[in-house]
Structures are given as C-alpha cells and as structure tokens.
Design a protein around this ligand. Structure first.
Ligand code: NDP
Length: 467
C-alpha cells in the first residue's frame, strides 16, 4: 500500500516537474521572440497563443525540442521591406512602405495575402504571416506561409492612383515572387481591382504570363469561380459543422457580423441561406442594425459597387438604423457573433458582453479578431469558438484551388469549387476536433487547430534538415 502511494507521489512529482520545465522552455522561446521583435505586439500575441497550446505536443514529442523546431518556426525565413513611391492625381510624389514576409516554406511555396491599410507595419505583417503557416497547413494543400502589404490607404483614392500605387509596389515585389516561389493574394484593402493592376504589372515586367503568381484574379484572366465567396462561405461551413457537433444548428439564429468587406458580405450571404438572420454589420466608422435581416445585395451595392460607407444602408432601407462607433456592435444580443473586420476587435470587455447576452458561438472570419484574454474568457464560459486559423482558411484553400486550375490550364465550375471548399472546411473541423481530443483539450478548437496545423509543418521541417 505504502509502496503504491510512494510510486503515485513520485510519478506525480515527475509529471509536474516535466510540465513545469516544458512551460519554462516555451516561455523562454516567447521571451526571446519579444526581445528580438521589440514592440511587435500583435506578433507577440500570435506567437504566445500558438506556442502555449503546443506544450502537450512537446511533452509527447521531445524530438521537436531537440531539433529546435519552435525557435526556427518563430523566425521568418525572409523579410522584405521596401520603398513604394508613386504620383497622386495632383502630380505630387507620395512615399509608402511595402512589406513581404516569407515565413515558412516547409510544405510549399509561400502563400498569403497583401493588406493595404494605414495601420500596416512590421508587427501586423509578421503576425499575419505566422498565423498563415498553420492555416495553410490545415487546408491539407501544399502551401507555405507568407504575408505582405503596405501602409497605403486606398480609401478616397481614384482608380488611377490605386493603379499607380499597385504598379510601383509590384515593380519591387516582382523579383521576390513567382508561381513556385511565393504567391500573394488579397486581404484588407486588396480586392479584385488591386489584384488586376498588380498582375498586369507583373506580367509586363517579367514578360511572362504566369497566372499562378497571384490569386484572387478576375475570371477573364485566370481567376477561380467561388474565390470571392470562399472565405465567408468557408467560415459558415466550419461554424455549421461545429454547431452540429454540439447539437445546435443555424436555423433562426440571430447573427451579428463586424465588417462589411469581402469576408463579412459572403459570410452574411451564406449564413442567411442556411436559415439564420443577420441583424447587424459594420465598417470602421459604425454599424447598422436591421432586425428584419440584412439585405446582403444592398450591402454589396453600397460597399462593393459604389465603395461607400455602411451608413448609406440605413438611409436606403426602411426600419434600419445606423450607430457611430466600432465596437458597440458587440453589445447587441445575438446567438452567433462573426468578427470579420480586423484584429483585436473583441477584447475582454466585449467578450463579457457577449457572454452576458448568452452568445452560443463565435466564428472568427478576421485574423486574430479576439484578444487572448477574450479567447480564454469565452472558452471558460463554454462559448463555442471557431478559431481564425481554421475557420477562415477557406479563402486560402480556394486560392490553392485557383493555382491548381492555373497549372492545369482549365477551370472548374462554381459548384465544383464550392463542393471542394466545403469538403476542405469539414476536414479542417475534423482535424481540429481530433487533435484537441488526442492532446487532452476536447472541444477546444483553438488548441486543436494550432496542434493540427503545427504537426504537419514540424514534421516537414524535421525531414528537410536544419535549413
Ligand atoms: P476588406 O477590406 O474587404 O474588408 C474589411 C472590413 O473590415 C471593412 O468593412 C472595413 O471597414 C473593416 N475594417 C478594417 N479595418 C478596420 C478597423 N481597424 N476597425 C474596424 N473595422 C475595420 O477585407 P477582408 O474582408 O478581405 O478581410 C477582413 C478580415 O478577414 C481581415 O482580418 C483579413 O485578414 C481576414 N481574411 C481575409 C481573407 C480573404 O480572403 N479576403 C482570408 C482570410 C482572412 P472600412 O470599409 O471602414 O475600412
């Protein structure tokens, strides 16, 4: 009896000591990242969230520690920063800063969008590039992680100004990318118009019609059907699967969506198609409430066609209201919240409001829209959380399908692409679910997605030696 107790106590002590030293090791890597990347707060946040969830994996696979996989993973393979001079409509010279971060190519060419927004800096690009490694791995397709952009603000610029900026941006970027090297796409502020100008300039400078160099292209020059819809639709396929797993469904659910850009619009379209009712959407100035259900076609007309502000909606739709301010939208009572605008949209304060209002699920359409404190609070309060890496991976997955069509020089129908997208999203959900279960965090899809995404990249890095 006493021998048994001694054995139990000593194995408990051994176990606790091992876990403590694992936590110390992971914290050490995080501290080093903070030291080397001073002030890059968004990047610190993204690294901390991923690395802390990997402790059970390291416990089972000490070889990742021996091979210094974490230390190598947090250091980008290459970072490019460049000057982007351009001439505005008044003939004045403007200068912006361009970025491309080629984070990890263990499983395929770098792949990730370009963001044009005044807030873009090295930290934002690094956090997005880091997240992209795991997201791309989760798709099951052979794509590595990268990201880029500029602090250029497309708002209020004429088409010609946008074109001149894109041409100057690509004049530098072209030497760093290629269909088998690095394949950029859109993100905030970069849609079909910008991709068109970027592609035209690449083609001219390289004298090569390499359609696989960019994704999100127009349908008449190598784009894929369903790419525009893919991130938003994919998000809803994931959320639907997650709800079903927990005996819920989308029918008659009240949904609140932040943002009114590409991801937000197509998430709204799909979720309403599946029987839910979107009661609010926003932009960076304020939000609209329409209890009858948002008219998505009207939002498309205002935001995509006319490029106007979301407040126009309330002027044109009877019974709809507009409120100033970015975050007030999270005080609305809803069953499902879909942050589809930008990072750190939901902090602890908004998470508390959502929980008070009995939210069932959060689907992260944007990248890192919840702070780490908000994520922890939501999970502690049993809110179902579909993490961005997994839930918004439909966009990049469909980009990889666009690359596949470009290589084959043929195109699939909308239905074919949409069916593949749905299958990929269900696979991502299952991979996240299984990994969470295997590593002791059943039902925690944040941890599950991090682990499932990490394993494939780590193993590929192990196979390829120390490079
Ligand atoms: P868009 O530029 O099409 O739309 C962005 C929307 O978010 C706009 O409504 C914009 O408002 C709002 N927004 C942007 N910045 C802020 C801010 N600082 N505060 C409040 N609102 C803001 O971008 P996408 O829809 O493409 O991207 C949205 C999110 O989804 C991003 O986090 C992006 O990284 C992520 N994502 C996008 C993918 C894609 O395929 N496009 C793929 C995976 C993730 P306003 O009009 O006022 O600027």
């Amino acid at each position: 009896m006493i021998a048994n107790i001694k054995e139990t106590v000593s194995s408990f002590v051994e176990d606790t000591t091992r876990k403590l030293s694992l936590a110390q090791y992971v914290n050490g890597v995080i501290e080093e990242v903070k030291k080397r990347n001073k002030g890059d707060e968004e990047f610190h946040q993204a690294v901390e969230e991923v690395l802390k969830s990997l402790e059970p994996v390291l416990d089972k696979h000490p070889e990742y520690i021996e091979e210094r996989i974490l230390e190598r993973l947090v250091e980008p393979e290459r970072q490019i920063m460049f000057r982007v001079p351009w001439v505005d409509d008044n003939g004045d010279i403007q200068v912006n800063r361009g970025y491309r971060i080629q984070f990890n190519s263990a499983i395929g060419p770098y792949k990730g969008g370009l963001r044009f927004h005044p807030s873009v800096n090295a930290s934002i690009v690094k956090f997005l590039g880091f997240e992209q490694i795991f997201k791309n791995s989760l798709t099951g397709l052979p794509i590595g992680g990268g990201k880029g952009g500029s602090d250029f603000d497309p708002k209020g610029k004429s088409d010609r100004e946008i074109m001149r900026f894109c041409q100057s941006f690509m004049a530098e970027l072209q030497q760093h990318i290629g269909p088998d090297v690095d394949v950029p796409a859109g993100d905030i502020g970069v849609g079909g118009r910008e991709i068109g100008y970027l592609f035209g300039q690449y083609k001219k400078l390289r004298n090569a019609n390499e359609s696989g160099v960019l994704t999100g292209k127009g349908l008449n020059y190598g784009g894929s059907l369903a790419r525009v819809e893919a991130t938003g639709y994919g998000l809803i396929y994931f959320v639907d699967e997650m709800l079903k797993e927990h005996n819920h469904d989308l029918r008659c659910k009240k949904v609140v969506i932040s943002g009114s850009g590409n991801v937000a619009i197509y998430a709204a379209e799909k979720v309403q198609e599946l029987g839910a009712c979107v009661i609010a959407m926003s932009d960076s100035n304020g939000y609209i409430v329409d209890e009858e259900g948002i008219d998505v076609e009207l939002v498309k007309q205002i935001k995509e066609v006319e490029r106007k502000r979301i407040k126009e909606y309330a002027k044109r739709k009877a019974g709809a209201y507009y409120f100033e301010g970015q975050k007030g939208i999270w005080s609305l009572k809803c069953d499902i919240a879909l942050p589809c605008a930008t990072q750190n949209d939901i902090s602890l304060e908004e998470a508390k409001l959502l929980v008070e209002n009995n939210v069932i699920a959060i689907g992260e359409g944007a990248n890192m829209p919840c702070t780490n404190e908000a994520v922890n609070y939501l999970l502690e309060n049993n809110v179902l959380l579909a993490p961005a890496k997994a839930a918004n991976a439909g966009g990049v997955a469909t980009s990889a399908l666009e690359m596949a069509q470009n290589s084959m020089r043929l195109s699939w129908t909308f239905e074919e692409v949409d069916a593949k997208l749905k299958e990929i999203m269900i696979n991502i959900f299952n991979a996240s679910k299984e990994a969470a279960k295997e590593y002791g965090s059943e039902g925690n899809y944040v941890v599950g997605a991090n682990i499932a995404g990490f394993l494939k990249v780590a193993d590929a890095m192990m196979s390829q030696g120390i490079i």
